[in-house]
Design a protein. Structure first.
Length: 269
């Protein structure tokens, strides 16, 4: 399952967190205890953007992402890439989200906010550009009411993996349960190790490994605060002095920023 690590990382960065770790079905041979721990984490965070949610109202987090490996470069082959980034995340009901990404691959910000009309604003400080995109009503509806196809997709995903409970470890954030998620296909060597805090059921650390490609990425939660008061101003993008461009232009600018960083790393080696 080549997309295992990519899918998990993407979920964690947008704070879907346990949505990629839980299913109504899981592989034969998976640990029941590992499943129960991940279910607790899932239940704690799943309703953040639901219309009639109870419990969790807001999240403020700071995540570090460190690691490296080989990045495909088309006909040029692979190129070594090291990642050292920090992601600040603020999320609040009903659908407010703010991401501030900074690190050796450049900086970018994302703000999702609105009431009747919800928009996503992407800001690129390096080029002083921003783009605003209307969030489709279907996306909002799925976030608030759930995607009817999600259970089947998650079921299919987990039919391809095996969960292993590795006991508890004392990590920087405290006592945590260690769970390994591996592809069911023995020919595929990629795997993810998750640390979930005991009794709190919060995510603390993820190691994403792909031995075949020589890639390893560590995602660690340096700060995690729940149900705090986040001012509405936090989700309002500051675009003063920036030029508005199309979503296609902002995507191109982001890719150029990453490619420039990769080339610079290559020269320094």
């Amino acid at each position: 399952m080549k997309n295992l690590t990519k899918n998990l990382l993407a979920f964690f960065l947008v704070f879907a967190l346990a949505a990629s770790c839980i299913s109504i079905a899981y592989s034969q041979g998976s640990s029941e205890k590992a499943k129960q721990i991940l279910e607790r984490a899932f239940q704690k965070y799943r309703d953040l953007f639901k219309k009639d949610a109870r419990g969790l109202n807001s999240v403020a987090a700071k995540i570090s992402i460190k690691g490296g490996g080989e990045m495909p470069m088309g006909e040029s082959g692979d190129m070594s890439l090291d990642v050292d980034a920090t992601v600040e995340i603020y999320a609040a009901r009903p659908h407010n989200l703010y991401l501030d990404i900074s690190g050796n691959l450049g900086n970018a910000k994302l703000a999702v906010t609105g009431k009747e009309k919800v928009t996503a604003t992407i800001i690129l400080p390096s080029t002083k550009q921003f783009a605003t995109i209307d969030v489709p009503q279907k996306v909002l509806q799925e976030a608030q009411e759930g995607d009817p196809q999600e259970p089947e997709r998650i079921k299919e995903f987990w039919e391809e993996v095996i969960l292993t409970y590795e006991g508890t470890e004392n990590i920087k954030a405290g006592k945590a349960h260690k769970i390994t998620i591996k592809p069911k296909d023995p020919a595929e060597k990629s795997f993810v190790t998750a640390h979930i805090l005991d009794d709190r059921w919060d995510p603390a650390r993820f190691e994403i490994n792909d031995p075949e490609e020589g890639n390893k990425l560590v995602v660690e939660f340096e700060k995690l605060e729940l149900n705090i008061n986040i001012p509405d101003e936090r989700f309002v993008p500051d675009t003063q002095g920036y030029t508005q461009v199309s979503d296609k232009d902002i995507t191109t600018a982001i890719m150029m920023q990453i490619m420039t960083a990769v080339m610079q790393q290559s020269k320094e080696e």
